[in-house]
Design a protein around this ligand. Structure first.
Ligand code: PEP
Ligand code: MN
Length: 329
């Protein structure tokens, strides 16, 4: 149950009533309002108090992330707004490999129209023998590229111990698919004032994915963008199965902006374009695409990274699809 409180009114009597029925509660300041989330509903639904402005009983397991109480949210990444009529393109390499590499790519993707630069410094690799990313050095390089070129950056944090370090350099913090169920990590980024990109775990239902956002919101950080990036199915012709239906369903359930990553489900560059265009048609607020100036030489995900010309071609067609549905890039 969400209790939206009236401004500047004592709510100690409400808390007392919740405690009296032995229910649990959290006080959350988010989106400019003070809320009391109390559960289970069966214990708190009859509670009334003069401090309550609106009472919302959500029908879903997530409350704060649900659109039953709030209209569409926009999230600011640097000065870029995600969730408005404009569709935001984040592009860049899978991994930060060197200063020259990331600056060259940053300039190129900006020229083509990307508004956010992506690049991993901490890489979650299946094999411990694969390139693991440059770590803190990679973050510093990424930050320098960001400043040199004038693009905000999104980069992944894999470990609770690195959250403040990554937050120092990043404009948006990415939680990867493999960490989507790392609830300590989700709570930790919830304590930040930075936007968070939450990739869907590849074994997660839509409901479980939206619940990851609930962890971040409950800590008071409302700047969350969800990201569909493919799930694991029996289909072997692609790396993952892009769940465009699940993506569309998620749009009907949450007020949070939703991004789509066409690169990782594809696993190969030749079908990144149809997946990207499908994402836009289905209502993506942001696309995050892997682009490299020399994909063949990339230290990770070489098969799926686009070169600049391929990215440019996708952008041209993406703009046309965006316009066809009343949006723009
Ligand atoms: C990435 O974006 O670099 C990445 C590793 O994505 P995911 O967590 O979706 O696999
Ligand atoms: Mn990658």
């Amino acid at each position: 149950m969400i209790f939206i409180l009236k401004e500047n009114l004592q709510y100690s009597s409400l808390i007392e009533k919740i405690e009296n029925v032995s229910a649990s509660y959290r006080i959350v300041d988010i989106y400019g309002v003070r809320l009391v989330i109390a559960w289970p509903d069966s214990l708190v639904e009859r509670i009334d108090d003069k401090s309550i402005k609106i009472k919302v009983k959500t029908k879903r397991p997530y409350q704060l992330a649900s659109n039953e109480w709030k209209d569409k949210t926009t999230v600011n990444v640097g000065d870029v707004e995600v969730g408005g009529r404009g569709i935001i393109i984040a592009a860049g390499p899978c991994a930060v490999e060197s200063e020259a590499q990331i600056i060259e790519i940053a300039k190129a993707v900006k020229r083509v129209g990307a508004q956010i630069l992506r690049g991993g410094a901490f890489k979650p690799r299946t094999s411990p023998y694969s390139f693991q990313g440059l770590g803190e050095e990679g973050l510093k390089i990424l930050k320098r590229a960001s400043e040199a070129v004038g693009l905000p950056v999104v980069t992944e944090v894999m470990d609770v111990r690195d959250v403040s370090l990554v937050a120092k350099y990043a404009d948006m913090i990415q939680i990867g698919a493999r960490n989507a169920q790392n609830y300590s990590l989700l709570k930790e980024v919830g304590k930040l004032k930075k936007p968070v990109l939450l990739k869907r775990g590849f074994g997660m239902t839509v409901e479980e994915w939206i619940l990851t956002a609930e962890y971040v919101l409950l800590e008071g950080n409302g700047s969350v963008v969800l990201c569909e990036r493919g799930i694991r199915t029996f289909e072997k012709s692609t790396r993952f199965t892009l769940d465009i239906a699940g993506f569309a369903v998620a749009k009907t359930l949450t007020h949070l902006p939703i991004a789509l990553d066409p690169s990782h489900p594809a696993g190969r560059k030749d079908i990144v374009e149809p997946l990207a265009l499908a994402g836009i048609a289905a209502g993506a607020d942001m696309l995050i695409i892997e682009v490299h100036t020399n994909p063949e030489k990339a230290l990770s995900d070489a098969e799926q990274q686009l070169n600049i010309e391929e990215f440019e071609n996708i952008m041209r067609r993406a703009k046309a699809v965006a316009e066809a549905i009343g949006r723009y890039i």
